[in-house]
Ligand binder design. Structure first.
Ligand code: C2O
Length: 676
């Protein structure tokens, strides 16, 4: 009776199709693919009553519960569309009784107590740093944590696995003080516990101890467009309360904004810290908004308040600033910011090109060490860096992140951008994209082998004004480590390793063309020719013949500079036919966008700006003729409906401010080592 084995693991999952059959073993096929259930012929259920579309079911778990005491039972209904809020059920002897809608399946999770929860957490932490673990330890881990065949005198992970102590990772922060084991169970889980974290991770949610809430209390960050009026009221109240605090109070609105960056005056403690243009971008901002959310919650007086996110990326109509942030348009509305570009405060949607994130999502590498190579999350650095010049910005940071700052304009376009309340919802969306990228799998992982990224400490203030620190290794998993998830994310914390595509190593870069010329961006389309030396035309033709096998072609715009917030984002095209009317991001020549964000207006000393890297491999592969290469830069204006004459007028008046420009174009070929 293998099923029971779930019990030793912290909890047991079993799923049941709700049918009217009086007694039946549950159907494993009813489970979504991601969950390989720890089940068996373990529980029987019986429909008690069937009214209209509801049934009361009685589950007999006795065979599962032979050897285990159960602290709690949680039932999670689901159907093919979604998961519903979990409900706690009562265990009466060895039986639970739940009322359910027909045609809805349920997942039953049993909490088997603290030690079992600890086992789960340990395995999940190991899963998260799997890439960093010494190879020879991997096969031992499950045996040591979940399924020991030997007896251990020690009950802490690092004592059981002394090899771990050599890792430059803060183990104390990763493993809770509760002991693991002893457990004597499930062969089916043991062999693959790290390969298929989903097998067991659903149970992780039971982690509690007040640090991480159990999963039915995992906080849910919701789409701002789905908030109830009462939730909006709480949000407003929280922001207003923070704004009312003195600017010297670390939990005040202004102090928090200046923790991001300081545009004028002297930074106070922990101010001017934001991480951009390198691989701390995602982790630092996750930590920053996490503590902000706690401060905001306390200030609002509403313990159920969570930070909402602004989903301009997936629902284009929601690219309109949420109404509560625009109306009423006066200082009595704590969510309103009058410095934004008028067109957006009046209800225009962000341009679709500007919020595209496919370039970032297509990549499987979080980071890179190669200059010019695009990455999801930014280049590696050896120490924190605020707004370093040069290359290395991650693709998501470029688009949509920088573009949204640039388009909304006003406060949002500056270092003190968190003055605008929409900043926090913008960053919740960026944070959500990080979780979604990981969930795509196929080799997408956090840079857990990079000890700098994993162990660099960043410090913030919590809701009581106390200093608190986190490292990258502590923010890998929002559910397990920080106790929150997004409303479109399954509630179990996981990374599904669908298959392991290993990042290819770059073994060389060739410069194919270089154009030194200052290009100033204007209100209209501009074309810049990129002449290729004859030798390079030939070499590029060869690459095309081989379909860029083990190669990619990168276009770099170097020394991007501007002197003040720009307000317009630009679409970039490669060999866009002349005279094509209103090209947009759906055009086959589209290669990406150029937005502007940072403290560039303060100068960098050397006058070196930022580098924008774009992958143009596909576009160039599909060109008919490569003898002439040309970059087109076209401003991206919000599209507005014909009825909104007022908005049309505003769009017509939009022009770039701050003299945006770049002064060099480089066409680069990256060569990768052959697949292993
Ligand atoms: Cu540090 Cu969106 O900014």
């Amino acid at each position: 009776m293998r099923a029971a084995w779930a019990c030793g693991l912290g909890c047991l999952l079993l799923a049941a199709g709700v049918q009217e059959t009086p007694t039946k073993y549950f159907e494993p096929a009813a489970l979504p693919e991601e969950i390989v259930p720890l089940y068996g012929e373990a529980a029987t259920y019986r429909a008690m009553t069937t009214s209209d579309r509801k049934a009361t079911l009685e589950f007999n778990l006795s065979s599962l519960l032979k050897n285990s005491k159960v602290d709690r039972v949680v039932v999670v209904p689901y159907d093919s569309q979604r998961w519903y809020e979990p409900v706690e059920a009562k265990l009466e002897g060895k039986t639970i009784r739940v009322a359910l809608q027909l045609n809805r399946d349920i997942l039953i999770a049993l909490d088997l107590g603290e030690v079992a929860r600890n086992n789960y957490r340990a395995v999940s932490e190991m899963g998260a740093i799997k890439a960093a673990l010494p190879r020879q330890l991997l096969p031992r881990i499950c045996q040591v944590i979940l399924c020991p065949a030997e007896r251990f005198n020690a009950d802490r992970i690092p004592e059981r696995l002394p090899g771990l102590k050599k890792l430059p990772i803060d183990l104390k922060g990763m493993f809770p003080p509760v002991p693991v084991g002893p457990i004597d169970r499930p062969a089916t889980v043991c062999d693959r516990c790290l390969d298929r974290p989903v097998n067991i991770l659903p149970c992780l949610v039971w982690r509690c101890e007040g640090i991480i809430p159990p999963f039915w209390r995992t906080r849910v960050r919701r789409n701002i467009y789905s908030l109830t009026p009462a939730q909006i009221t709480s949000l407003r109240a929280g922001v207003a309360a923070m704004k009312a605090k003195s600017a010297s109070d670390p939990t005040s609105w202004l102090y928090q904004a200046r923790m991001h960056a300081v545009d004028s005056g002297v930074p106070a403690t922990l101010q001017d810290q934001c991480q951009h243009r390198q691989f701390f971008f995602f982790s630092w901002h996750r930590m920053f908004i996490y503590y902000f959310e706690r401060i905001l919650r306390k200030a609002s007086g509403d313990p159920t308040l969570n930070l909402p996110y602004w989903n301009y990326t997936d629902v284009l109509a929601q690219g309109v600033l949420p109404e509560a942030f625009r109306l009423p348009a006066d200082s009595g509305n704590s969510l309103y910011d009058s410095t934004r570009q008028a067109v957006y405060n009046n209800g225009a949607a962000l341009p679709a090109a500007d919020v595209s994130y496919s370039a970032g999502f297509n990549l499987i590498n979080f980071t890179t060490t190669t200059s010019g190579a695009p990455s999801f999350g930014g280049r590696t650095v050896s120490a924190p860096a605020h707004f370093p010049p040069g290359g290395g910005t991650g693709q998501i940071e470029f688009s949509p992140h920088n573009n949204v700052h640039n388009d909304i304009g006003g406060d949002m376009a500056r270092g003190e951008s968190p003055r605008d309340p929409i900043f926090w919802l913008h960053h919740a969306n960026i944070d959500r994209l990080w979780n979604r990228w990981i969930a795509l799998g196929n080799g997408r992982t956090n840079p857990t082998t990079d000890t700098v990224w994993m162990s660099q400490t960043f410090t913030f203030f919590d809701e009581n004004g106390a200093q608190v620190s986190l490292t990258g290794s502590q923010v890998l998993n929002t559910v397990a480590q920080l106790g929150y998830r997004y409303d479109d994310q399954p509630w179990w914390p996981f990374a599904i390793a669908k298959q392991l595509r290993v990042e290819r190593r770059i073994i060389g870069t060739d410069v194919l063309a270089e154009v030194k010329q200052v290009v100033r961006l204007t209100k209209s389309r501009q074309d810049v020719a990129i002449p290729l030396p004859p030798k390079q035309v030939e070499s590029l033709a060869k690459s095309r013949e081989k379909k860029f096998e083990r190669e990619s072609l990168i276009l770099q715009l170097k020394d991007v500079q501007y002197d003040a917030p720009v307000g317009l984002t630009y679409m970039l095209f490669f060999n866009l036919p002349e005279g094509r009317p209103n090209p947009d991001h759906t055009d086959p020549s589209f290669i990406g966008t150029l937005g502007f964000f940072g403290k560039t207006e303060h100068g960098h000393g050397g006058g070196e700006g930022v580098t924008r890297d774009l992958d143009v491999t596909k576009v160039v592969q599909n060109l008919k003729d490569i003898s002439v290469l040309r970059l087109s830069v076209v401003p991206s204006y919000p599209g507005v409906s014909a009825e909104r004459k007022d908005l049309q007028k505003m769009v017509a008046e939009m022009k770039p401010e701050g003299n945006p420009r770049f002064s060099q174009i480089v066409l680069l070929r990256l060569r990768y080592e052959s697949d292993r």
